[in-house]
Design a protein around this ligand. Structure first.
Ligand code: SF4
Length: 352
């Protein structure tokens, strides 16, 4: 898609209309009402790619464990990842830890208020910087995510992709011109809230309850379903793997994933590439000192990541012996408490 170069012009009464609507329509959320940049940052990072209902519980548990940025900076990695388990996109947790360390070491535990400085912290891009600067520090700085880009695309009838960086920059520029001088944080949140609850991404938006309907291009031309322009999705590459749930005297075999790449540093069940039948799997496992007593095939599962798909063929294997040097045999109770296991593997265990 070519770079978006148009200027976005927005009506000056947009903030007033949206703020009045927001006062009556906003949803209660644990992070609403706070001005603490640490809490706002945490909620914004958790909300990336994750539904509000899922985030609520994680956010409260995380804050109970790490009430301040100093607590987070001092957190042991394994504890942090365990608390993040199930939220997915684990690089977010690593970036949180790295950014917390910088806030403590470089800024004495106080979050910078300037978006340009916030953007230098790991995991903080323009959107998150805008959200922190406006909500925590009342700065008139836009925060344009997919929700906000969608609303503005429909409102102005602009044909662009919501994820297009140049379009988001134009939206940000248009919003900056009309940002209110007070209630900046509420205005930021009102735009996000409208996109999340009224101007919905899939299906028909609730234009009848929208405070912006009177001057919305998409509502007037009945074309909300065509805006923003949809990105042509590429096929995800598929990896197949045969996963071994090896049980030995009340313990199960785990191994640690590499420190870089997908799901870096988390734990997983040993697995082999491809789809192996019983005999081929037994032959592969014969490489290690292991006596196989019983092998039962589990239900095939798929796990979709943003850019790839895994197909997992699980086998429950009762065995004795040490197995590979890289494996760690852990009790099920320890697995629950101390070993962060990605959801792709966790769901295999739940079914066994
Ligand atoms: Fe979205 Fe409809 Fe509101 Fe326009 S009127 S911004 S399409 S919900």
């Amino acid at each position: 898609m070519p770079k978006f170069e148009q200027k976005i012009s927005l009506p000056e009464n947009l903030p007033g209309l949206l703020l009045a609507w927001f006062d009556g329509a906003k949803r209660e959320m644990p992070w609403r009402g706070t001005r603490d940049p640490y809490k706002i940052w945490l909620s914004e990072i958790m909300l990336q790619q994750t539904r509000v209902e899922t985030v609520r519980e994680y956010y409260l548990r995380f804050l109970a464990a790490f009430p301040t940025v100093r607590d987070l900076a001092a957190a042991p990695e394994e504890k942090l990842m365990k608390l993040w388990q199930g939220l997915g996109y684990y690089s977010r947790a690593r970036h949180l830890a790295a950014a917390a360390a910088i806030v403590v070491e470089k800024y004495g535990g106080k979050f910078p208020a300037e978006p340009e400085i916030l953007c230098t912290l790991p995991g903080i891009g323009l959107y998150t910087a805008g959200a922190i600067a406006s909500i925590a520090f009342e700065k008139p700085v836009p925060a344009v995510d997919g929700n906000v880009a969608r609303v503005i695309s429909r409102l102005t009838g602009t044909r662009a992709e919501a994820s297009d960086v140049s379009f988001r920059a134009a939206v940000s520029g248009g919003l900056a011109e009309i940002y209110p001088q007070t209630r900046c944080g509420d205005f930021t949140q009102s735009l996000m809230e409208l996109g999340a609850t009224v101007c919905l991404p899939n299906g028909v938006p609730f234009c009848e309850s929208c405070p912006l309907k009177a001057f919305c291009y998409a509502a007037a031309h009945d074309c909300a379903s065509e805006l923003p322009v949809r990105k042509v999705k590429k096929e995800r590459p598929v990896s197949e793997m045969t996963v071994c749930l090896l049980e030995n005297g009340g313990r199960i075999a785990l191994r640690k994933r590499p420190e870089t790449g997908l799901l870096a540093g988390l734990w997983e069940f040993p697995h082999l590439p491809g789809r192996l039948g019983k005999a081929a799997l037994a032959a592969s496992l014969a490489e290690w000192p292991l006596d196989l007593e019983a092998m039962t095939r589990g239900r095939t599962r798929e796990h979709i990541f943003t850019h790839r798909k895994w197909i997992l063929y699980p086998w429950r294997i009762v065995c004795t012996g040490k197995g590979a040097p890289s494996w760690r045999w852990v009790r099920f109770s320890e697995l629950e408490k101390a070993y962060p296991l990605p959801a792709a593997f966790g769901k295999l265990l739940a079914e066994e």
